[in-house]
Design a protein around this ligand. Structure first.
Ligand SMILES: Nc1ncnc2c1ncn2[C@@H]1O[C@H](COP(=O)(O)OP(=O)(O)O)[C@@H](O)[C@H]1O
Ligand SMILES: [Mg+2]
Length: 351
């Protein structure tokens, strides 16, 4: 395949061993507002007069040709071009041999649209969260105000009903906040996985017993658990969260019998290794083909049956923090089928 520098969506500037610009692609022209003729052959620091946000000259500061010979580049940073134009800049120093002299400096430039997009998605997230918090709080506020103002006018049964609603809405806010904290840990890579020996078969059975104890008919659930399962080291609380979410979804969004299978499998990225696969399927409407790629994103909801749309995003975050994978497809019976695979996760395996 033959890719020309001008085909690249990002700015590309390459300087030779003497620090002279030898490549200045079309995106670099667009981002810097400098012509190619002007740039080619001139020193890097005049073709790209970058400054950091404190006004220091970037090339003097980083000194690619004279700096420590172990340095191989600069991570992406937000810098300024003359006129205060922001650019995201990353550099790689190409050496003929390790610790040898720098033969080429390859610089990429990105306009700030990428960052603006991230900022916009943060703003959208904040708006959604504010909205999600406001509706239950509006109800809490409304019922408490009504009860306080007209306490004697209601019967005990009416008061009980209102307080039950207030209680449920308060629970919803608490749950939402717990989910948001999980999401912030997942997004910032701070989700801690405390691995222990985990008996997946026992965990699954415990969850099913809890559903039955809560009044759901035992006939709604079916299990297929292999006799011999591979060892598994995982965070029991987090795996509980995964199982709880998938089962709750199957019961709430799905229909008919919910089947949970626990089987040994090989891990996709490590075909020789053993892994544990857990499959949760139901006989409901399933997830429409065109939405399958979106079910694991934040706030995506197909139906209007309660829920915040955060459950599956957290499930995926937890599974991936364990080095696992999760997928969704259609069960043979027509409903949704979720399947997650966890590698053994033993300390020796992870090292
Ligand atoms: N077993 C299932 N059957 C059908 N749809 C499902 C199933 N599980 C999840 N979904 C769809 O995926 C959406 C996102 O799920 P989730 O992230 O857990 O959010 P929530 O349960 O809060 O709505 C749900 O709103 C639902 O439309
Ligand atoms: Mg859910």
């Amino acid at each position: 395949m033959d890719v020309q520098p001008d085909d690249l969506p990002d700015g590309l500037v390459i300087a030779d061993g003497a620090g002279r610009v030898v490549c200045f692609n079309a995106a670099a022209v667009r981002i810097t507002g400098r012509s190619r003729e002007e740039a080619l052959g001139s020193p890097l620091h005049t073709a790209l007069p970058l400054e950091d946000l404190d006004g220091r000259r970037w090339w003097q500061l980083t000194d690619p040709y004279g700096g420590p010979a172990i340095r191989n580049g600069q991570p992406e940073r937000n810098l300024l071009l003359p006129g205060g134009h922001e650019v995201l800049v990353a550099a790689r120093y190409v050496r003929a041999r390790p610790r040898g002299p720098v033969e080429r400096v390859v610089v990429t430039l990105r306009g700030t649209e990428a960052r603006r997009r991230t900022e916009r998605s943060h703003a959208e997230l904040i708006a959604t969260v504010a909205h999600e918090l406001r509706s239950p709080l509006t109800s809490v506020k409304g019922f408490t105000a009504t009860l306080l103002a007209k306490w004697e006018r209601f019967t005990d049964d009416q008061k009980r009903l209102m307080l039950e609603t207030v209680n449920a809405d308060a629970n919803r806010v608490t749950r939402l906040i717990a989910e948001l904290l999980d999401i912030s840990r997942i997004d910032s890579g701070r989700l801690e996985v405390r691995r222990q020996r985990l008996d997946m078969a026992a965990a699954v059975r415990r969850h099913l017993e809890a559903h039955v104890a809560a009044g759901r008919p035992a006939s709604r659930f079916k299990t297929g658990i292999a006799d011999k399962l591979p060892d598994l080291w995982a965070d029991p609380d987090k795996i509980d969260q995964v199982l709880a979410n998938l089962l709750e979804n199957a019961v709430r969004h799905g229909e008919g019998t919910v089947t949970i299978e626990v089987q040994p499998t090989s891990f996709p990225r490590d075909p020789g290794g053993t892994a544990t696969a857990v499959t949760v399927s139901d006989e409901g409407p399933g997830i429409p083909e065109e939405s399958m790629s979106r079910v694991f994103t934040r706030f995506w909801r197909g139906s209007r049956r309660g829920g915040t749309g955060l459950g599956l995003y957290i499930v995926k975050g937890i599974v991936e923090a364990h080095g696992g994978v999760i997928t969704v497809d259609r069960a043979p019976e027509g409903g949704a089928r979720f399947r997650f695979i966890l590698p053994v996760g033993a300390p020796a395996f992870m090292a």
